[in-house]
Design a protein around this ligand. Structure first.
Ligand SMILES: Nc1nc2c(c(=O)[nH]1)N[C@H]1C(S)=C(S)[C@@H](COP(=O)(O)OP(=O)(O)OC[C@H]3O[C@@H](n4cnc5c(=O)[nH]c(N)nc54)[C@H](O)[C@@H]3O)O[C@H]1N2
Ligand SMILES: Nc1nc2c(c(=O)[nH]1)N[C@H]1C(S)=C(S)[C@@H](COP(=O)(O)OP(=O)(O)OC[C@H]3O[C@@H](n4cnc5c(=O)[nH]c(N)nc54)[C@H](O)[C@@H]3O)O[C@H]1N2
Ligand SMILES: [Mo]
Length: 641
């Protein structure tokens, strides 16, 4: 068996059909066949994103309370099949291939090998993975970790892991003595998490699925919905049918933002018809969103000045601005003095603004998100039905991990509460985020890296330099379902620990366990695995964390890791003690269809900001760039901002 040569260029072909439709239906059948799971896979798919079923492992889009017959998209079905594959990486594969030879394989081919089945340890003499018992692996990792300064250990977590897992992982890192908790969110919606608290006092979007049927306008910035959150196309299709304008800003004409053929609609499939998604499509330059938003703000403010001068109804929501916001006059004054072309903008009483990587992964991501807030505040579009901000998050529980303590910034975590609950002194020093962790690895300040999922060396920027530095790490541990490049690049001691995925049945001492996740609209719901684990040798993520903790930390009379693993509802009870406002009655409320919504002050027009109001923040760097005409839209950041 040979992997594809990574140096070969991919083939790119034009695609003229709508998103979804027959292409998607064919795609789902093909992937079920290719991964060898057509029958059981199809049965499992019916339980995807349903009450009592499991939450899709592909993206974070919300699940409706009354689900469609099959609440799943092509990408979600592929993700399910990708995890449920009947393929396994046999131990003799590792006996035949050294890690150095596998380095020429593409990630796709590595993952295509199928599921990992045994705990493995890198053997220096042969440069191969050899099987190791779980007990020996935990004992050696514990011994290595205990010998390290906690500040030199990094605990990375990818956004797949459930709330229970993430809570335990954060606790393990902090009890060990570090806030070095970088996560994949640092690479995607970190700009959202920094921008929104300053503007509106919450770090997340303010809309729920219920707002979509009520909205009168949708703005869409830099999100490729057809590929990355396709179930959202149902909500957009419904809005389009109500003739709601959908105004898209994207340098590329993305097919999913143009037309959608609903695979769950027999008439559309039979007649091969489709629905338009975007009513207006503006191909902004890369990084051109800030100027476009300023143009829209100016249009509104100038139109409002004119309307009021002529005694007509105002264009801006002055009642809202006066009662709920701070900094309007300064912002409006600045905008009035700007001179550049303005865009057409349809006024509506309730607008939702959706956005993705096209905004956040820019050097001015924070300011651009804040400018989008300004645009929304001008017409009172936050905290009323049918209106609000909708950052479309990536991994299925990426938003939730922050909610339960995955953060490198100590001020984002109730450290006093944790200290009291578990009788320890949590570290107060800021930890590393993803970019800082990379820097510290390059500088030789890191000795050990524990990765709970993900593909860190590939996901982070500057892969080559990072891989070279990685070899100098003393200990590297990867917990994973499938092989990827980060498992081939190893430190002096490397372990690869295979875990069960969320689609699989998780049996512990008290029976089958359930986990919970938070979606991109802040709804928290239960997810129950449906299929048999890929191998009898796999452990669950909570079990792996508990064993790592027991091997590394002193015994703590206030924390019984084994009792938590035996019954995950006890982890949820503990989470509810740490975060009573969000998680009270957690074990009951997690069964609410579509999940329970966590309280977000901004949704109720309560502003948890320094001014106590929603803030109009001036986009100084964007304005500075505008003053430099030649270079102005070129600067894209690396993936780590
Ligand atoms: N199937 C599947 N789904 C996934 C994932 C996956 O691996 N597989 N990953 C998940 C994750 S972690 C994430 S974060 C999301 C990412 O999902 P998205 O947020 O959609 O991110 P990208 O795929 O990078 O697409 C970015 C879009 O922004 C546009 N763009 C680029 N530059 C600019 C700009 O300057 N301005 C504007 N307005 N637009 C611009 C691009 O043309 C593109 O359409 O997807 C999630 N969903
Ligand atoms: N070049 C490039 N770089 C990027 C991006 C990009 O689009 N292009 N996107 C950026 C973004 S938005 C993000 S969020 C990051 C993502 O960065 P990461 O989260 O680090 O990477 P992923 O590719 O999502 O991780 C996939 C791996 O996770 C493991 N895995 C899958 N399911 C499970 C599970 O249930 N449990 C465990 N323990 N492991 C599991 C499998 O081994 C799989 O190979 O990458 C960022 N970097
Ligand atoms: Mo992401």
């Amino acid at each position: 068996m040979r992997g594809r040569d990574v140096s070969k260029r991919p083939r790119i072909e034009p695609y003229n059909k709508p998103s979804g439709g027959w292409g998607a239906a064919r795609g789902v059948s093909e992937i079920l066949l290719r991964t060898g799971v057509p029958v059981s896979g199809a049965r499992v798919l019916r339980r995807q994103n349903k009450p009592g079923g499991f939450a899709c492992v592909s993206c974070a889009w919300a699940k409706p309370a009354k689900p469609h017959l099959v609440e799943v998209c092509e990408e979600g079905a592929k993700a399910t099949a990708w995890e449920l594959t009947s393929k396994r990486v046999p131990l003799d594969f590792f006996a035949q291939h050294s890690l150095t030879t596998l380095e020429s394989w593409a990630d796709h081919d590595l993952e295509s090998l199928g599921r990992l089945t045994h705990p493995l340890k890198w053997d220096r003499a042969s440069d191969k993975y050899v099987p190791v018992s779980w007990d020996a692996a935990f004992a050696e990792i514990g011994r290595e970790l205990r010998a390290q300064d906690p500040k030199s250990v990094v605990f990375y977590i990818c956004g797949h892991a459930a709330l229970e897992t993430a809570y335990m992982y954060g606790l393990l890192a902090r009890m060990f003595g570090t806030n070095n908790l970088p996560n994949s969110s640092n690479m995607c919606h970190e700009s959202t998490s920094v921008a929104l608290p300053e503007s509106i006092g919450v770090p997340v979007g303010t809309v729920t699925l219920d707002d979509f049927p009520k909205t009168e306008c949708l703005l869409f910035f830099g999100e490729n919905v057809g590929t990355n959150a396709p179930r959202m196309l149902h909500d957009l299709q419904a809005a389009s049918r109500r003739n709601v304008p959908i105004i898209t800003f994207n340098p590329i004409r993305e097919r999913g933002l143009e037309r959608f053929q609903n695979p769950l609609s027999p008439p559309q499939m039979a007649t091969n018809s489709s629905t338009r998604i975007s009513s207006h499509y503006y191909q902004v330059k890369v990084g051109g969103d800030g100027p476009a938003m300023l143009g829209m703000c100016k249009t509104l403010i100038v139109a409002d000045d004119a309307a009021r001068a002529q005694g007509h109804a105002p264009v801006l929501d002055h009642g809202f601005i006066a009662k709920h916001t701070h900094g309007f006059e300064a912002f409006a004054g600045m905008v009035r003095t700007c001179s550049w072309d303005v865009l057409e903008y349809a006024a509506a009483n309730a607008t939702i603004a959706c956005y993705g990587m096209g905004l956040t992964q820019h050097r001015h991501g924070v300011e651009t998100v804040q400018l989008l807030c300004n645009l929304m505040l001008l017409r009172g579009n936050i905290g009323k039905p049918g209106a609000g901000l909708c950052p479309v998050r990536g991994h299925s529980n990426i938003q939730g991990q922050r909610t339960v303590g995955i953060a490198h910034k100590p001020e984002l975590v109730p450290l006093d509460k944790l200290g009291e609950q578990y009788g320890f002194a949590p570290p107060r020093e800021k930890g590393y985020d993803t970019a800082e962790a990379c820097g510290a690895i390059l500088d030789g300040k890191v000795q050990a890296f524990i990765g709970l999922g993900g593909n860190f060396v590939r996901a982070a920027p500057d892969t080559e330099a990072l891989e070279a530095a990685w070899r100098r790490l003393r200990l590297t541990v990867q917990v994973a379902t499938k092989l990827n490049r980060s498992h081939l690049i190893h430190g002096e001691a490397q372990f690869l620990l295979p875990c069960i995925g969320r689609i699989e049945i998780d049996r512990q001492a008290t029976g089958e366990q359930v986990v919970t996740v938070e979606d991109a609209t802040s709804c928290i719901s239960a997810s129950r695995g449906q299929s048999e684990p890929a191998s009898e040798h796999l452990l669950s993520e909570p079990k792996i964390i508990a064993e790592l903790a027991k091997a590394t930390l002193p015994v703590n009379p206030k924390l019984d890791w084994d009792a938590w693993v035996a019954d995950y509802s006890r982890i949820r009870d503990a989470i509810a003690v740490t975060y009573p406002d969000i998680f009270h009655d957690y074990n009951q409320r997690m069964w609410t269809p579509a999940g329970f919504h966590r309280y977000l002050a901004a949704r109720h027009r309560k502003w948890m900001t320094k001014t106590g109001k929603a803030n109009f923040i001036e986009p100084h760097s964007i304005l500075q760039d505008l003053a430099k005409p030649r270079k102005r839209h070129r600067d894209r950041c690396d993936r780590s901002e």
